[in-house]
Design a protein around this ligand. Structure first.
Ligand code: GDP
Ligand code: MG
Length: 166
């Protein structure tokens, strides 16, 4: 099957997901919805790398939130995943839920595995442990996939259920 029309997106299972032992449950959701895992590895980012990943967060949210966020991302290893499917960027954002778990609907990853609110996080100057990063736009996905993965680490393949999925 020609897969060139399919879209790729980057997911990070953040250190809280790894340390809570819920990565399998989250990855299962992506397999179940029919997204192909085309890349997957564990990585432990340092501050400079985390700032490359969150290159626009200072501009969008300010230095304090960027510092808080990079500390959170580097507090342990993450699982980086590239998923391939139809409009995968939007699908994975929908599955992730909104930024703050308090506002995320039940059935979403952030809504099902956490409940912290923006007000609570900012009042207590703590991170929003929301388990997952997902690329927000196709251009962001392209930048992030190139940052986290080398071309030779990504593999396209057919799945037995492709004819039902695409
Ligand atoms: P996302 O795309 O939904 O992850 O949200 P953003 O790209 O806007 O922000 C990146 C990450 O920064 C979020 O996932 C949160 O972990 C964190 N973040 C965003 N806004 C806030 C905030 O107001 N306070 C704190 N502490 N963290 C925030
Ligand atoms: Mg984002």
């Amino acid at each position: 099957m020609d897969r060139t029309h399919l879209q790729r997106t980057l997911v990070l299972l953040k250190p809280d997901a790894v340390q809570r032992g819920v990565c399998g449950e989250i990855i299962h959701r992506f397999e179940r919805v029919g997204l192909n895992i085309v890349g997957l590895k564990m990585a432990w980012a340092d501050k400079a790398f985390a700032e490359k990943h969150y290159f626009d967060v200072k501009e969008r949210h300010g230095q304090k939130i960027l510092d808080n966020l990079t500390e959170y991302l580097i507090m342990g290893p993450v699982i980086a995943i590239v998923l391939e499917g139809v409009d995968s960027v939007a699908i994975v954002r929908k599955m992730a839920g909104t930024t703050f778990p308090f506002d995320s609907a039940p059935g979403t990853i952030r809504g099902d595995f956490a409940h912290i609110s923006k007000d609570y996080a900012n009042k207590h100057e703590r991170n929003v442990a929301n388990l997952i990063h997902a690329s927000a736009k196709p251009e962001e996905a392209e930048y992030e996939i190139n940052l986290w993965f080398e071309k030779k680490e990504l593999h396209s393949y057919e799945r037995l259920d492709d004819k039902h999925t695409f």
